[in-house]
Design a protein around this ligand. Sequence first.
Ligand code: PLP
Length: 405
Amino acid sequence: MKLINKSNKLENVCYEIRGPILTEAKKMEDEGHRILKLNIGNPAPFGFEAPDDILKDVIHNLPNSQGYSDSNGIYSARVAVMQYYQQLQIKNVSIDDVFIGNGVSELIVMAMQGLLNNDDEVLIPAPDYPLWTAAVSLASGKPVHYLCDDSNNWQPDIKDIRSKISDKTKAIVLINPNNPTGAVYSRELLQEIIEIAREFGIAIISDEIYDKILYDHAKHYSIAAMANDVFFITLSGLSKNYRVAGFRAGWLVVSGNKRIANGYIEGLNMLSSMRMCANVPSQHAIQTALGGYQSINELISHDGRLKIQRDLAFEMLNAIDGLECVIPQGAMYCFVKVDAEKFNITNDEKMILDLLRAEKVLLVHGSAFNLHQGCYFRLVFLPSVDVLKPALEGIANFFAHYKQV
Ligand code: PLP
């Protein structure tokens, strides 16, 4: 019998955030267990509602959204994105440099499909948001991971980056603020990355989807504003800052030395038109979101809900013997180091499965983020305190007794 298999293209593609452990969690739910899910960065189900203006705008424009739009997006959305980056001092951005997509996810895949030939290399942080690694592999490129250092607030290790550049390196990916570590990169560090990109003629791709989710006076710098002679791709969207992940609205902007990238930009335009356009009703939310009242600031302020939850998660995790976590300066995750020796851990995925079965708490293991040294897990601190606290107590209880067998 001739079997129908997945394609060879998927052979090296790995995306574990929604992987086998989630299947087990679903099975447990079917059996009647209540699972505390601290595994996915999806704000709305945790009561983080979108600003009203955004919803109204989409509803108001629904009747006008029945047809395809321009492939790269509706005019008002692209202008709003262009102006947003102009205000951030990114020079040389015109409306033609803005591509609206069905979330940043679609644009990550598109950006890599358009850029890579077989075995071209892309430098990706470890740990990473794993779609980056998957998208490079899917585009037949080779993901090359550079280390981010938890002893240095999870900042990228510049020496490691330099040592991993080859003549096949096409681009370096930054995730800033970072998922999963919560790191926010300093100006000095970004400047060093620009110098590397300049020296080796590689593009800088900056995933800034959490650029407004910052704590304790952390400041976010858009790297594309810091040079004109390097080619930049900047991505962001509405899923996190505006809590409408289900709308699937994101954007990609090319800037800097675009002259060297005419061919690539032509490719992006082709890929963009091949999928007709992004979801049109959601595109109407973009102008209102970027131009309107930024209610995210209330959530991250000193007594904001997200900030309080971050503090609680950080404090309770660090109080657990054998766990250690760097304070997240941005985003919505704690990335926690586990003393593997103390708990006899050789398999971090098994640790998360054991925790799920014992305490009904769902996390994601560190190796799912393409970090293959040390033992870590990621916790999403979106649930409200009345859910987060028992979940953290469950984690404490688990590690008070755990020995992996
Ligand atoms: N980039 C990062 C760093 C993310 O954490 C996520 C989602 O969690 C995405 C991109 C994808 O976001 P979107 O909902 O816009 O597809």
